[in-house]
Design a protein around this ligand. Sequence first.
Ligand code: AKB
Length: 323
Amino acid sequence: MKPTRILITGVNGQIGSVLKKKLSQKFGAENIFCSDIKLEEDFTKNQINLDVLDRDKLFSVVEKFEITQIYHLAALLSGVAEQKPQIAWRINTEGLIYVLEAAKIYKLDKIFAPSSIAVFGSGINKENTVQDSPLNPSSVYGISKVADELWHKYYYEKHGVDVRSIRYPGIIGYSSLPGGGTTDWAVEIFHEAVKNNSYNCFLNKDTKLPMILMQDAIKATLDIMDAPKEAIKLRTSYNLASESFSPEEIAALIKAKYNKDFTINYSPDFRQSIADSWPKLINDLPAKKDWNWQAEYNTEKMVEIMYTNIEKQYKEAGFAVEE
Ligand code: AKB
C-alpha cells in the first residue's frame, strides 16, 4: 500500500493552516503538500504555488509528489462570490472538477471537498433544517456549492471517486482569519472587542446562524475522512451542526464575562440578505448516525476560548490592549 501523501488546496484560507498542522501531526509533515494561489513555491518545504484553475499544474503536482488524498479547500466564500460571480463560479466548480478528475486519473484514495450551509435557501424550515431540505440557494456561493455537491455524487457513482463532504457552518477560530464570508462577523467581533472595545457588525443584531468552533470543524473533517468507506452513505454532502447564535447574544456574553466596556453597533450591508436566506438551526442526524459525529463545544466555551486566546495573542504581539 502506498503511504498517505496529502495535497491541501487553498491552504492560506481560514481552515487550511489549522488543518495543515493536524494532518502533519497525524501523517508526518513530510507527507503534507500545501498549495495556494498566494503561496511562494518551495518544493523543499512542500509548498506549491497553485491556481486551482491550472488543471495541468494540478495534475503534475499530484503525479510528481505521488499524492493519495486531496483536501480541496480553495474557494471564494459567500461575500466575495456575490461581488465576483463569474470567477467565483469558475473557482468553486471548475476547480473542484479538476480535483475530481485528478482523483479519477491518478486513482487517489479519497478526497475531502467541503460544502456549506449556503446550499439552503427558500422552502426550508429554518429552525430545523434537515438533511433532505430543498436546495434553493439565492447566493452565488450557494449555487456553486449545490452544483459541487452534485459533482461529488456524479464522480462517486460514475467513476468510484471516494469523495467526502460536509456542509460547514460558519467557522470560528482564533489562530486564523476568515476571508469574505457572511459569518466572518463571528470572528471579527472578538478581535475588535479586544483591540477597540467596540464592533460595528455588518449583520442585524438578531441574525441567528449556524456556527462551529475551529476545533470541532477540524474534528468533523478528520472524522469523516477516517470513517470506513461503507459508512459514508451520502455522497453529496452531510449537514453538520454545532452551535447557533446571533451577534447580540455573543456581544452580551463578551460584555458580561470578558469586557465590561464592550459596545456593539449594527450596520447591515449586502450580506444581510444572504444571511436571511440561510438556516438558523441545522439538523445533522445522518452525520451522527453514519459516522458518529458529535460536536464537543458549546457557545459559552467557544466565547471563552476565542476571547482569551485572542487577548493573549494581541498582548504577546505587543498590541495595546485596553485593560
Ligand atoms: C460563508 O460565510 O460564506 C462561509 C460559509 C457559511 O460557508 N463561512
